[in-house]
Write a protein that binds this ligand. Structure first.
Ligand SMILES: [Zn+2]
Ligand SMILES: [Zn+2]
Ligand SMILES: [Zn+2]
Length: 56
């Protein structure tokens, strides 16, 4: 059985979060509440989320 991996509550975000947490970072928590919640690209800065420009 696979582990129940929870993902960040910020929809565009692909980060995994610890059980009990909703967001991977304060950034996502703010974004999800703000007008930018519908942004396609998440800017939390985590590599796994592809938020960094350095990522090819
Ligand atoms: Zn993210
Ligand atoms: Zn996130
Ligand atoms: Zn993240």
């Amino acid at each position: 059985m696979e582990q129940n991996a929870q993902t960040c509550a910020h929809r565009p975000c692909k980060c995994s979060v610890t059980e009990g947490q909703k967001f991977c970072s304060n950034h996502c928590e703010r974004q999800s509440k703000g007008d930018e919640a519908q942004k396609v690209v998440c800017g939390c800065g985590h590599p796994e989320c592809g938020g960094t420009e350095a990522a090819a």
